[in-house]
Ligand binder design. Structure first.
Ligand code: HEM
Ligand SMILES: [Cu+2]
Length: 571
């Protein structure tokens, strides 16, 4: 009996030793050349997008302060469209995919060769898609902002480009699923390594979260090409925000993965409960997609019941965020005390403040406190009426994405790029990173701070410089706009330093070994219950919640459709 039982086990065991050997080799020798090249390419595109997008942002800031006038061949709104696309779509997507593919390679013993091919196909599809989308933007034929709300209609090429980008992302998502599934088959009964677990969550959201917008974009292609005469504007906006909102949380979850897994290692501690971490990821994945309605609070054609539900869905995302805040400060205090920190706050002094790999994500986390509070304010119906479409909102997302997420990404770059290029972060380059982090923080403080405030005074977003015929209220905004421009100027210095650091670490820093920092869990990962890894169940629950959120309103918007709109060129 025993031998019969043992036979498949032995085969499994053999496979397992083979696998663990490969995993050990990856961990000891570092990433394979092929996997490194893939992630480095993704990172290069991300930071080039930061460079160009940053300069466009500065132009906008100077224009809104009345210091610069845009020429007729490159208008404020063209710049705004390109700034949004480059920073919100290109930078974040390329960074997240490059980072998680490096994480998969490191924790699963290498990316499978055919998965790597998929990631390359995805890479080029996204690049081609972006070129398609950007050509009409440059020709002033797609000045529709990154939200491309109909009835503003761009040239069909713009939407075809967007569709290619989405398909490129899907190919990368499926590549990741294949890699994780293969690993699980070869490691039965084992937990997915935590970083690969986060990657799975992010790619699940990327795939399911973009189905709605893909349907929208396909309709827009036919509509802008004249095949369909009219478009259902409300349906389009709803489909867009099912994606737009999810995308926000994809960046957030990417940053959170570094907070849970990487930062504890960098400060010399252990990560917080493995079970709780997995539960937080699952909760974020399950509750996310229907939160999109909080971007449509002032939209017509949505009943109060639906708007009430959105409050619940939005706040249910605040819950895992608060769990994260608790977990992070727990880790900081434990680590600081283990290093001899005494008293109520003595442990704070023991944290490695001069290490950019810690400082940047730490400030990112702190920024998330006011950023999250502002988000909760915006999600409240009455308060939303006050700030909707004002500069407040622009301040809000420069604090969330432009600070919490991006500073975490910057912090990651100071170990990930040397890890990929088999180089090291020198003390001098670390100091450059610390200075850049401080510049970014101060710049964003001024820029996002004045955006919030001038928004409360009524200054609209997405509006080029105007004094409304020297109206007193509009003139009152000017001092804050100058402050905004000063913040923007600091930020562009930050952008230049950051891009310099990335390419220096990629090509010129001294050769050497850099570790991929993954913290061990306080209680061994094996003790976490295995149900936390049941992605089938998590996805089923997610689909259920999406159905609760969307079936009734979408049916309503289709069955009781408002009159459709023909394509309109407003610029
Ligand atoms: C050099 C740094 C930056 C500067 C000076 C800057 C400045 C600005 C300004 C002035 C606006 C336009 C406000 C309006 O008229 O509505 C804007 C919009 C925006 N920015 Fe930035 N920004 C910077 C970095 C970033 C980063 C890092 C991100 C995200 C990762 C970002 C994302 C956005 C988005 C999504 C919009 C909205 C575009 C739209 O309304 O269609 N920005 N930015
Ligand atoms: Cu949202």
């Amino acid at each position: 009996m025993e031998t019969v039982m043992n036979q498949p086990n032995m085969k499994q065991q053999k496979q397992e030793t083979k696998r663990t050997l490969k995993e050990k080799a990856t961990q000891a020798l570092g990433i394979s050349e092929a996997d490194a090249k893939l992630s480095k390419s993704y990172m290069s595109v991300a930071f080039l997008a930061l460079l160009i997008g940053g300069f466009l942002g500065l132009l906008q800031g100077l224009e809104r302060a009345g210091l610069v006038q845009m020429p007729s061949w490159f208008t404020y709104y063209q710049v705004l469209t390109a700034h949004g696309l480059l920073l919100v779509l290109v930078l974040t997507a390329f960074f997240a995919i490059g980072y998680f593919y490096a994480g998969l390679s490191h924790t699963l013993g290498g990316v499978l060769p055919h998965v790597r091919t998929m990631a390359w196909i995805g890479f080029w599809m996204k690049i081609v898609g972006f070129v398609f989308a950007v050509i009409p933007v440059l020709m002033n034929d797609a000045t529709v902002m990154f939200t491309f709300y109909p009835p503003m209609a761009a040239s069909p090429l713009f939407y075809i480009g967007l569709a290619l980008i989405v398909i490129g992302v899907w190919i990368c998502a499926f590549g990741a699923f294949i890699n994780v599934a293969t690993w699980r088959k070869q490691n039965p009964g084992k937990h997915i390594p935590i970083l690969a677990f986060f990657a799975t969550g992010v790619f699940v959201l990327l795939f399911f979260g973009s189905i709605g917008v893909t349907i929208e974009v396909i309709m827009l292609i036919f509509w802008s090409a004249g095949v369909m005469e009219t478009i259902n504007v409300m349906l389009s906006r709803t489909l867009f925000w099912s994606f737009g909102h999810t995308l926000v949380n994809i960046w957030y979850l990417t940053a959170v993965s570094a907070w849970y897994v990487i930062v504890p290692k960098i400060i010399g501690g252990k990560r917080f409960s493995d079970t709780l971490t997995r539960v937080v990821v699952a909760m974020l994945v399950i509750t996310n997609i229907p939160g999109g309605f909080h971007h449509q609070i002032v939209d017509p054609a949505m009943g109060p019941a639906l708007k009430y539900m959105h409050v619940f869905m939005s706040l249910s995302i605040a819950f895992p965020s608060l769990m994260t805040a608790f977990a992070m400060f727990y880790v900081f205090e434990r680590t600081g005390r283990a290093k001899g920190g005494k008293g109520l706050f003595g442990w704070l002094k023991k944290l490695p403040w001069k290490d950019v790999r810690f400082l940047a994500p730490f400030i990112a986390m702190v920024a998330f406190i006011p950023a999250g509070a502002g988000g909760i304010a915006q999600t409240t119906n009455q308060l939303n009426q006050v700030v909707h479409n004002t500069m407040w909102v622009v301040g809000h997302f420069h604090l969330t994405v432009g600070t919490s997420v991006i500073l975490t990404f910057f912090g990651i770059s100071y170990w990930l790029i040397p890890y990929l290029s088999k180089r090291v972060l020198t003390p001098a380059m670390n100091k450059v990173g610390v200075i850049q982090t401080i510049i970014w923080t101060v710049g964003m403080f001024f820029m996002a701070g004045s955006m919030h405030y001038v928004g409360l005074l009524g200054s609209p977003r997405r509006t080029s410089y105007t004094t409304y015929g020297d109206h007193a209220v509009a003139l009152g905004w000017d001092p804050y706009m100058i402050l905004l421009a000063i913040g923007g100027t600091l930020l562009i210095i930050g952008v230049l330093i950051q891009v310099y650091a990335v390419f220096h670490l990629m090509f010129f820093a001294p050769k050497g070994q850099t570790e991929f920092p993954i913290a061990e869990s306080e209680e061994p990962q094996e003790q976490s219950p295995l149900w936390t890894d049941r992605w089938g169940v998590i996805i089923a629950l997610m689909i259920l919640v999406i159905a609760i959120g969307y079936v009734v309103p979408l049916t309503d918007l289709i069955v009781n459709a408002p009159p459709g709109s023909p394509p309109i060129r407003t610029w």
